[in-house]
Design a protein. Structure first.
Length: 177
């Protein structure tokens, strides 16, 4: 049995010390997911705390099938989606008018951007666009899965993704050309 499995088993037995260790080991991962789905650091920190409460309550359901990190990611993403759904209007926010000039900016523009700059650009998208983009590009969900998770139609999901890409291109063109 690995150290991580021992730690999870201790958490399942409600050990506060073990949960502190689990928090220390996985807080940056959970926060990283939360910040992608929220508008600012404070909101991401609140969501992260909610996620860890959910993890504490659900850790007994983890059956050691598949990776714990995968289980944790899915739980965090689902919690982030529920958080966004509670904001009712997140899929109807408007990006405003972006003028799409040249869809063919050089790949060197993207390669010159740091991860922090890319995240900053993605975070400028409205919540609906950002959520669909993150779920599809970063988390690897298919459009049908995203549509089901967000309780929207497949067409709406694909449209949100297309608009997110167009807005990202416009933002990159606007700021980095």
């Amino acid at each position: 049995m690995t150290d991580n499995e021992k730690l999870i088993k201790q958490c399942q037995k409600k050990s506060a010390r073990a949960f502190d260790e689990l928090y220390k080991n996985y807080s940056s991962l959970v926060y990283g997911i939360c910040i992608r789905y929220t508008k600012d650091r404070a909101e991401a920190e609140d969501l992260m705390q909610e996620c860890f409460i959910k993890i504490l309550n659900k850790i007994g359901d983890y059956e050691f099938k598949g990776s714990f990190e995968g289980w944790l990611r899915r739980l965090t993403v689902n919690n982030a989606i529920n958080f966004l759904k509670s904001k009712k209007s997140f899929m109807s926010e408007d990006v405003g008018e972006y003028e799409i000039q040249d869809d063919n900016f050089g790949s060197d523009v993207i390669s010159d951007l740091s991860a922090k700059e890319i995240i900053s650009i993605i975070n400028r998208l409205p919540a609906g666009y950002r959520t669909v983009f993150n779920l599809h590009v970063i988390e690897g969900y298919k459009h049908t899965e995203i549509a089901e998770l967000l309780e929207i139609s497949d067409i709406t999901c694909r449209t949100q993704y297309k608009k997110a890409r167009e807005a990202l291109i416009a933002l990159i063109n606007e700021n980095y050309k």
